[in-house]
Structure formats: structure tokens, C-alpha cells
Write a protein that binds this ligand. Structure first.
Ligand code: ZN
Length: 186
């Protein structure tokens, strides 16, 4: 399989300032802040939630090269496709489908029905998102105060905000990863 396209990837720890990077050449190493030293390494695979027999491409390791007198640090780090939530089997698309069902007023049990993961997984994910709510809102809003929301549940109000801020994106969670260079669940 071919390289992971950087345009659709994010890299935790890479510089988040300025415009989003469109190629690896524009990215600074998260270890030593060098740029122009990064080269692609092995592809990262993981379980496919839609098929237990299947492995899917999740990202790629990148090497900050110190070979041939290059000034890099020799460390590697992973970049992930925007669809991937590192350390979780659930994909951004599946999680967003679940979130949309919660926003539509469905119970967790009904929202998780027909999705390719166990019910307990979704209970765990909702718990995790609640714990991270303050960090999420700060990331989404900076120091601005949140817009008025009819939602009394702060988690649903945050999901609604996400949907507004990333309106027009097929998956706001993937758009979040590209915008902030960090997984929605990190
Ligand atoms: Zn480096």
C-alpha cells in the first residue's frame, strides 16, 4: 500500500501555529523542530471495526533523518489519517454517526444500535468525552464565550458547537483533527 497523504493526516506534537501544512516538507519535527528532514517510514495498520478479519491503514511513521549528514534528530513519530482516533478502534465517522444520533435525541442504547462496536464501548466513549469536555471547549472556542445553546446537557451543547464550527465537512471529528493536529479524543 502507498504512503499516507499528509494533507489528510495529523501529527500530535507537530507545530499547530500558522496555516495547515500540505506536505511533510512543511512540517517541523515534534522532537527537534527541524524541518526538511522528515522522511516516510513504515505504514501503521490497525483493526478494522467493520471487519474483524481485516486490517486497515491508520497512519505512517515518519523519521527525522540524521543520515547522510542531514541535520535531523533520528527520532520517529507517527502521523495518523484524520479518520483515525489513535488508541481507539472506533473511527471518526462511526463516532460522529453516534454523536449525531445523540443530538437527534436518541438514547445512547438506540444511538449505538447498528454501529459496528459493542454497546459498552459507546458508554466508555461518552464517559471519556464528558471528562474531556473542558479541554474540548477551550480548544474549540479559545477564550471566546460559548454561543447560546438550548441544550441543557453541556456535552450535547459541545457537540452542537462542533457541528456548527465544522459545518460543511463530511465528518467534523476528522476536520477537528486536521485543524488542531490532535485527535478529538486526546
Ligand atoms: Zn527531529
Amino acid at each position: 500500500m502507498g504512503d499516507v497523504p499528509f494533507l489528510d493526516s495529523f501529527c500530535a506534537g507537530c507545530s499547530r501555529s500558522g496555516r495547515p501544512a500540505f506536505s511533510l516538507k512543511q512540517v517541523q519535527c515534534p522532537h527537534c523542530a527541524c524541518s526538511g528532514t522528515l522522511i516516510r517510514h513504515s505504514i501503521l495498520y490497525g483493526n478494522d471495526p467493520d471487519s474483524s478479519a481485516h486490517q486497515v491503514k491508520r497512519g505512517q511513521r515518519v523519521l527525522c533523518s540524521n543520515r547522510d549528514l542531514r541535520p535531523g534528530c533520528g527520532h520517529t513519530f507517527p502521523i495518523f489519517l484524520s479518520e483515525v482516533l489513535p488508541r481507539h478502534t472506533v473511527t471518526a465517522t462511526v463516532l460522529w454517526t453516534f454523536i449525531q444520533a445523540l443530538l437527534a435525541g436518541l438514547s445512547l442504547r438506540t444511538a449505538a444500535k447498528n454501529l459496528p462496536l459493542a454497546l459498552e464501548t459507546f458508554y466508555g466513549l461518552r464517559r471519556k468525552m464528558r471528562i474531556k469536555l473542558d479541554i474540548l471547549r477551550t480548544r474549540l472556542l479559545g477564550s471566546r464565550s460559548p454561543p447560546h445553546s438550548e441544550r441543557s446537557d453541556p456535552l450535547l451543547a459541545t457537540f452542537e458547537l462542533l457541528s456548527t464550527l465544522f459545518a460543511g465537512n463530511a465528518c467534523p471529528l476528522a476536520a477537528f483533527a486536521l485543524r488542531f493536529q490532535i485527535s478529538f479524543l486526546d
